[in-house]
Design a binder for this molecule. Structure first.
Ligand code: GRF
Length: 216
């Protein structure tokens, strides 16, 4: 399969077009639309199934919304569908892809074409508690501090280089819902900030460490 490498259009336009890929309620999509992400601008929402709340929210923000071909599997796209999605993102001049509650693992063409330009947000302090039900995993383990992580995406599950983390105390009496709610508030701060740092060219890689150009 040939994969074209996406060009970052920000060089010409002075801004980076950001696509958000979501499967669900879209609160992080909303935070990215409302937050200070400049020079990153959310211009596209991709939902992997019809009728997601995120899809409805896109109209409110005047953001173009498209449905990706869900294909036969629930947890991944078919190779062909991921290839078509990748070509569509390239065609629309997308410079950064943000996964926000996408319930699918990307298998290849998209990560290849957008290498170093795909981010995800996860509701734990990675590398603790990757995968599903991270908040429940944290409670079951008995940790006293949890939080969220924005990271670049690699081919593993929640294993990519960490960009930003925000912590949340686990309180006595917390259940999955209350902890998730408090972590989500921090997610909505962290994700726009990570996008702004990336799009401002303030992040660079040293091995798997992400260094911030504005921090000494
Ligand atoms: C968030 O908790 C995010 O960390 C995880 O999926 C959830 C998506 O929530 N990856 P929303 O759809 O953005 O509200």
């Amino acid at each position: 399969m040939t994969v074209r490498r996406a060009q970052d259009p920000s060089a010409q336009e002075g801004r980076t077009r950001v696509a958000v890929l979501a499967s669900g309620r879209g609160s992080n999509f909303e935070a990215l639309c409302l937050g200070d992400t400049l020079p990153g601008v959310v211009t596209l929402l991709v939902a992997d199934r019809p009728g997601t709340t995120a899809f409805e929210k896109a109209g409110k923000f005047g953001v173009e919304a498209v449905e990706a071909d869900p294909g036969p599997w629930r947890t991944r796209f078919s190779m062909e569908a991921e290839q078509r999605l990748t070509e569509m993102l390239i065609g629309k001049g997308i410079g950064l892809v943000c996964l926000a509650g996408l319930m699918r693992i990307l298998k290849g063409p998209l990560l290849e074409a957008f290498r170093g330009r795909v981010m995800n947000i996860h509701p734990s302090l990675l590398p603790a508690f990757p995968g599903l039900h991270a908040q429940r995993q944290a409670l079951d383990y008995g940790v006293m501090v949890s939080g969220c992580t924005v990271h670049y995406v690699d081919s593993g599950t929640d294993t990519g280089p960490v960009i930003l983390q925000r912590t949340v105390d686990v309180l006595p009496g917390d259940d999955e819902e209350s902890l998730s709610r408090r972590i989500l508030t921090r997610e909505h701060e962290a994700y726009p900030e990570a996008v702004r740092l990336h799009c401002s060219g303030l992040l660079r890689m040293n091995g798997r460490r992400v260094l911030r150009g504005d921090v000494r």
